[in-house]
Design a protein around this ligand. Structure first.
Ligand SMILES: [Ca+2]
Ligand SMILES: [Ca+2]
Length: 334
């Protein structure tokens, strides 16, 4: 986990590189949480996001054409660009994500929905491509990137004003802002859009580097800076460098922007690869039509319409070897 200082685009907070062993099975949302899913939560609870309540700042952080700034009236239903119901929800804070998870856990007791830990996030984002900068390899800003992920690209430069000095991929991924979830290929774990589309909240508090970080996959909740939470994966608004699997950021739990969303997860079973009988019973007992499982690869299902889950036996050591490859000249604008 992390990246070596020799990796192109490396930031100091991505080191030191370390081994993480995740000795339990967990599920992770196949997609980022969508507007449809979040809307169901809001309809059921009347929840008002922090953007709507102007917590700490007015509205949601958006691009004005010259800078990022909090903009009154912007929130998840009105983020400053068009979104369909199958787009990822944005303008949600870490606290809003926790409210969503709390509601899910009240609806379906005992399931323990939560955010991913930072280590889990990087594990599933790398998806077996441990040593490359991206799951598609090392080249950035290339056609390959645009086939894989929604980052800031030629489509964005065409449609978004004032990009000026933004580093933009030299290809078009077809989406200036968010894309419907699952528009890009699944990784080898069956998961979509870890890199790009929206940046995703994870559970951990912020640390400036990985010195002393847990090695068992759990969220790092002690020490460091206790206020900011970690964000991973880059988004439609991020340069290729920030779509790298190792890239990380932190922001306060009430912060929100129109490139930030989240993804859900839960621990399945400490017995590797085996689902508990109670869990199987729950799945069997679910009311017809309530499961929303689109082509999941194994028996994991949600009891209410939540992001489709995919079950994976995560009992491997997430490794980063020292293999560093010279990448080709990149097609990135200055
Ligand atoms: Ca894009
Ligand atoms: Ca993402």
């Amino acid at each position: 986990m992390g990246s070596l200082s020799s990796e192109d685009g490396h930031y100091a907070d991505e080191g030191p590189v370390r081994y993480v062993r995740i000795g339990y099975t967990f599920e992770v949302g196949r997609h980022e949480v969508t507007r449809r899913e979040f809307g169901r939560f809001v309809a059921a609870t009347g929840y008002r996001t922090e953007a709507e309540r102007d917590v700490g700042a007015q509205g949601c952080r958006t691009w004005s054409g010259s800078k990022w700034e909090y903009t009154a009236g912007r929130y998840w239903r009105s983020p400053g660009f068009e979104q369909g119901e199958d787009h990822p929800v944005v303008c949600v804070s870490w606290n809003d994500a926790q409210a969503y998870l709390k509601w899910m856990n009240e609806r379906v007791s005992g399931r323990g929905y939560r955010l991913l830990s930072e280590a889990e996030w990087e594990y599933v984002a790398r998806a077996g491509r441990g040593s490359t900068r991206y799951p598609w390899g090392n080249d950035e800003g290339s056609e390959e990137q645009c086939a894989w992920a929604n980052g800031v690209d030629a489509a964005a430069r065409e449609r978004i004003e004032g990009l000026g000095a933004w580093k933009v991929a030299n290809c078009s991924d077809g989406h200036a802002y968010t894309a419907p979830v699952g528009s890009f290929p699944a990784n080898t774990f069956g998961l979509h859009d870890l890199q790009g589309n929206v940046r995703e909240w994870v559970q951990d508090v912020w640390h400036d580097n990985y010195a002393g970080a847990p090695s068992d996959g759990s969220a790092w909740m002690t020490g460091g800076d206790q206020s900011p939470r970690v964000l991973r994966g880059g988004s439609w608004a991020h340069a290729p460098r920030n779509l790298r699997s190792a890239n990380r950021n932190g922001n306060t739990p009430d912060s929100r922007s129109n490139f930030t969303g989240f993804r859900i997860a839960r621990t399945l079973d400490v017995h590797e690869g085996k689902r508990s009988q109670a869990d199987r019973d729950q799945v069997t007992a679910q009311p017809e039509g309530q499961a929303l499982l689109k082509g999941a690869t194994s028996g994991a299902q949600a009891l209410l319409e939540v992001p489709a889950l995919t079950a994976r036996v995560i009992d491997q050591t997430a490794t980063l070897d020292a293999a560093q490859r010279k990448r080709s000249p990149v097609g990135v604008l200055p």
